[in-house]
Design a protein around this ligand. Sequence first.
Ligand SMILES: [Zn+2]
Length: 293
Amino acid sequence: MKKLLIQLFFLPLLAQAQSGWDNVQIKVNPVANNIYYLEGRGGNIGVLVGSEGVLLVDDQFAVLTEKITNAVKEISDAPITYIINTHYHGDHMGGNENFRKQNVSILAHKNVKARLSTTFEDKIRNVTQKAKPEGAWPTMDIPFNQMGLKLYDEDFEIIHLPASHTDGDMMVYFKKANVIHTGDAFVRYGFPFIDAAAGGSIDGFIKAQETILSLADENTKIIPGHGGISSIEHVNELLTMLKETREIIADHKNKGVALEDLIPMNPLKDYHDRWNGSFITTDLFVMLVYESL
Ligand SMILES: [Zn+2]
């Protein structure tokens, strides 16, 4: 039953994500100071503009590289020089191979290359994650939990969020502009995706919200992995939901309730109207939390 459920949940999404590329438009949104974000298809792209170069946070899908490059030209004549991959998912790093051919340096937590260079079974989603060719890997591994950089008139920190959305998530905190790009460790599409097969967990996801809140204030502009500009209120709301639902699922699991029996019990029915999404439905979220505990 579990496999069937998961196929039902994920297949329409995959089909939708792989067509209609010609209609995708890249929208440029100012955020603060010299920081922008781009919406197209896939994860939001953060943009830091300097006089000599442009740094991107994530690069969406390979078929969009030219459109993304043209969108950046709307705000700067400088070349794209650096990209930070927030994590290994294809809707955030699919452009790596194209940008590497243009000598762009790509930074990511060391676990991103570990994921991209290995074929592994995602038993939860019932798919095989195939290793990507070497040309798509980041060019620089970040072995630290936190790394500070001064570049393009900004002072920013790249911070690892262990075992949250995946095992290799890093968020970017632009201190001067007071902007945080969270990658998929914070999203606005309802229940978040905990990629438990790639080292994600509900407990790490909770910790990630606490890390964001430890740095942000009421004026911080938060660029989520998916969705519009957010504030600490949105992060607080997600954090509350994650803590409450974790306790509900953990309570059932500790009592020995099997996942197959738990789903029909609809343990998160009180959260359904607010958080059920087309990507992560209430039932799927139950599964992901359960598996990650
Ligand atoms: Zn992701």
